[in-house]
Design a protein around this ligand. Structure first.
Ligand code: ARG
Length: 483
């Protein structure tokens, strides 16, 4: 170990009472969280102001002391906003940095702010407020994204494209229908975030270090001032609970996976082989060697970055696993995972919304490909059932045999005629030519939630309405029902 590593620093003025020696630089390095938790500064100041006011209302602090403290905190807030504030890693974290600056500004009265409070309930409070804001930001982005997708779906409600299962041609669908499938996922994402927000909105301040406090505090007043619905009921749980982060990260990971699945489809669609759509030029990248290239880098990065969000969830689950009650310093490791996940989600969602908004679909190509691979086979079987009264299993068999017969001649259903089919199997006598078209296949799928253009047009409108109604503040669910 180098001398530098073990060199004693001056003792920490905020907790150094029982220490003769200062921290080694190694402890400083591993302890320091201010390089990332400075992002909690706004929440920390708001929480401290609410705490100081409550202490004064309860007669724990004099009105003058509380005024001096809140004025000092307001000043620090301005210093942070103007970039003037200097965060010192030796002061460990954002809480200590702010308190130490308060001391410089207002003197020893600053030491009264921490009465009846611990960094354990303080950081839980700050974290919760930060996550609450992150949920609200993500919800706004989801809402905008859903509207963009619904508008594109309306525009392409009747444009036919191949529908796949196993990535093999299955049945024709419409581009609008495909886009609306993602709207459903995003509506569920909004719902998951809203439910995470509802459970989160319980203030932990007043739990103090772990056991509560001897001062006559009023946690409900702090909770109300900070927009919480209610207060904690168990002080041990309040300081060690990180479920709200797991909820946010789990909802976020699910959203990230939705974005990743779409990104993969966009990557496929943008190849000349598929040729279903092209990504706007300003969201495509070139190659340093191949002059012809226009690569879907933005979509690929959305796909890849989903891994960071899943990784953050796994990081936090792993940090929590095996942690005894109540607070352990391990909990400090929650923040980088949280911040990275939130930044990644917001960036990926914005990028996806922009990509879909600016994407140019190629309906001629999607229509042409929709007919490949015998995608009207089910419609032929349905015709035999509905017109010739065959049991579905038998009709399936008849069409299967026809497909095999055509295949042997190097043909497929696409390109054949009713006459040709009837000569191969007389049960096809009277088949209307339209039954062999992909337009007919989509138009007839009018069942609920089906791909018929009329349905898709209505569905896009319904999605917009649900999206509009879906506000966590008045707690209206995706079905438009009061919760
Ligand atoms: N920076 C710490 C964290 O994020 C604050 C709490 C410190 N508490 C303690 N008992 N050392 O968790």
């Amino acid at each position: 170990m180098s001398e530098e590593d073990v060199r004693a620093r001056s003792v920490n003025p905020l907790w150094g009472g029982r220490f003769a020696e200062g921290a080694s630089t190694l402890l400083e390095a591993i302890n320091d969280s201010v390089r990332f938790d400075h992002r909690l500064a706004t929440q920390d100041i708001d929480g401290s102001i609410a705490h100081a006011r409550m202490l004064a209302e309860q007669g724990v602090l004099s009105a003058d002391d509380a005024t001096a403290i809140t004025a000092g905190l307001d000043r620090i807030s301005e210093e942070i906003a103007s970039g003037e504030f200097v965060f010192d890693p030796r002061l460990e974290d954002v809480h200590m940095n702010i308190e130490s600056r308060l001391h410089e500004l207002i003197g020893p009265v600053a030491g009264k702010l921490h009465t009846g409070r611990s960094r354990n309930d303080q950081v839980a409070l700050d974290n919760k407020m930060w996550v609450r804001d992150a949920i609200d930001r993500l919800d706004v982005l989801l809402r905008e994204t859903i509207d963009i997708f619904a508008a594109r779906a309306e525009q392409h409600h009747a444009d036919v494209m191949p529908g796949f299962t196993h990535l093999q041609c299955a049945q024709p669908v419409t581009i609008g229908h495909h886009l609306l499938a993602y709207c459903e996922m995003f509506l569920r994402d909004r719902d998951r975030l809203r439910s995470a927000r509802r459970r989160l909105n319980e203030s932990p301040l007043g739990a103090a270090a772990l056991a509560g406090t001897t001062y006559p505090i009023n946690p409900s007043a702090v909770a109300t001032a900070l927009g919480f619905d209610t207060v904690f009921r168990n002080s041990l749980d309040a300081v060690s609970d990180r479920d709200y982060l797991l909820d946010y990260l789990a909802a976020g990971a699910t959203l990230a996976i939705h974005l990743s699945r779409l990104a993969e489809e966009i990557v496929l669609w943008a190849t000349p082989q598929f040729g279903f759509a092209s990504i706007a030029e300003n969201l495509s990248a070139g190659s340093s060697i191949m002059p012809q290239k226009r690569n879907p880098d933005a979509a690929e990065l959305v796909r890849a970055k989903s891994g960071r969000v899943v990784g953050s969830l796994v990081t936090l689950l792993t940090v929590l696993k095996g942690l005894p009650l109540a607070y352990s310093r391990d909990l400090q490791e929650d923040k980088e995972a949280l911040f990275d996940a939130a930044d990644t989600l917001e960036l990926c969602l914005r990028t996806t919304a922009a990509m879909v908004e600016g994407m140019e679909f190629r309906p001629e190509k999607t229509r042409q490909d929709a007919a490949l691979g015998g995608t009207v086979a089910t419609d032929l079987a349905d015709w035999l059932v509905q017109t010739k009264n065959l049991p579905f299993r038998e009709a399936h068999h008849v069409v299967g045999a026809i497909v095999k017969h055509l295949e042997a001649q190097g043909e497929e259903l696409n390109g054949t005629t009713p006459a040709e089919l009837a000569s191969a199997d007389e049960r096809f006598a009277g088949l209307p030519a339209a039954t062999l078209t992909v337009e007919n296949a989509v138009a007839r799928r009018t069942s609920a939630g089906g791909t018929a253009p009329t349905r898709v047009f209505e569905a896009a409108k319904a999605v917009r309405t649900l999206n509009e109604q879906f506000a966590h503040h008045n707690d209206i669910g995706p079905g438009g029902k009061e919760l």
